[in-house]
Design a protein around this ligand. Structure first.
Ligand code: TYM
Length: 333
């Protein structure tokens, strides 16, 4: 049976620090592009309760409105996009989390790769704080309560999406169809690598990350120190930098120029200096535009507040509808 989706596209970001271009490329750009191409209204949120797994409440509070400003400055149109804060619907999400928790075992949770990634090197999974341990179920509750069709996330979050699908399936099998299975947006989720070439680009390794708040000079310096590859050879690091350069470039000519440089590189020419120039050009153009837009948005905290108020009402309506279905399925038999 084709299940009915309540929301076309949905994602969330934790307010734990300044965002990076990898957050944009992995999760937000797909939504901006889809909203434009298919004329749909996206739903996005700030995962402030998830932030508490490894950040202090004061940090989550500080960055919550910052993430909203980022969403808007990155191109989500407030006329069409619903934006809300996770804790605005905490009672509904936490109730669903506890119902879903019955359908996954401790052993299964310990195997979720993202949990391992979050722990310090060599730490045992059992040492995770209990909220971190429940992270995948909380995330499944965020997603399933909105009943979205697509959830664009970066590759590091794929295993969580898998848990959401698993829980949807198990719940439906037990109580009847309530949750349509959420789909990944891309065939393969993006994994933007650190500019240093090792590991993913992440807030926790700032030398290898380009933050949306970086000034142009420091972003260009980081690019100068980025790993490249010997002539004729393609590496994962170079591939990731090509994606950054092309996705952030503003026009088709720049994209074509990047393709030409890479073709020259593959034919054995020494052009990595040229490539870094093109990469720096894309990144600085993108950051300059973004920062100018954000500057204007942040000057209007009242606008952000009213966007969030409306967002909370819509998210709560969706959540209440889903919880009514959940409770009917579970308790009226
Ligand atoms: P968070 O806040 O760590 O990251 C936000 C988004 O950015 C993506 N991302 C990347 N994509 C590609 N390459 C990278 N190097 C890279 N680094 C980060 C992440 O995959 C993510 O999509 N658990 C989530 C927040 C969350 C959520 C949800 C998301 C909570 N509930 C429900 C979607 C739906 C997280 O920690 O994202």
């Amino acid at each position: 049976m084709e299940k009915e989706y309540k929301v076309k596209i949905f994602t969330g970001i934790r307010p734990t620090g300044d965002l990076t271009i990898a957050n944009y490329l992995g999760a937000i750009k797909p939504i901006v592009d889809m909203a434009e191409e298919r004329d749909i209204n996206p739903l996005v949120f700030v995962a402030d309760m998830h932030a508490l797994t490894d950040s202090e409440p004061s940090v989550a509070k500080k960055f919550t409105h910052e993430v909203v400003a980022d969403y808007l400055a990155l191109g989500l149109d407030p006329e069409r996009t619903t934006i809300f804060i996770q804790s605005a619907i905490a009672p509904q999400i936490l109730t669903l989390m506890s119902y879903l928790s019955r359908h996954i075992t401790v052993a299964e949770l310990l195997r979720v790769p993202a949990l391992k990634d979050k722990l310090k090197k060599n730490a045992r999974e059992e040492t995770a704080n209990a909220l971190l341990f429940l992270y995948p179920v909380l995330m499944a509750a965020d997603i399933l309560i909105q009943r979205p069709e697509y959830v664009p996330v970066g590759e590091d979050q794929e295993s969580h999406l898998e848990v959401a699908r698993l829980l949807a399936k198990r719940f439906n099998a037990r109580y009847g169809d309530v949750f349509p299975p959420p789909k990944t947006y891309q065939m393969k989720s993006l994994r933007i690598l650190s500019l240093k070439g090792k590991g993913k680009m992440s807030k926790s390794v700032p030398e290898g990350a380009i933050f949306l708040t970086d000034n142009i000079e420091s972003a260009v310096q980081k690019i100068k120190k980025a790993v490249t590859s010997v002539e004729g050879k393609m590496t994962d690091g170079l591939l990731s930098n090509i994606i950054i350069a092309k996705e952030l470039s503003k026009n088709e000519n720049d994209k074509m120029r990047i393709d030409e440089i890479i073709a020259e590189h593959m034919s054995g020419k020494k052009v990595m200096g040229e490539f870094k120039k093109a990469l720096a050009n894309s990144v600085s153009g993108f950051l300059t535009d973004f920062q100018a837009r954000r500057e204007k948005i942040i000057r209007n905290p009242e606008t952000i507040k009213s966007i969030l108020k409306r967002g909370a009402e819509i998210a709560a309506k969706n959540a209440d509808e889903t919880m009514a279905l959940v409770e009917k399925a579970m308790f009226s038999r």
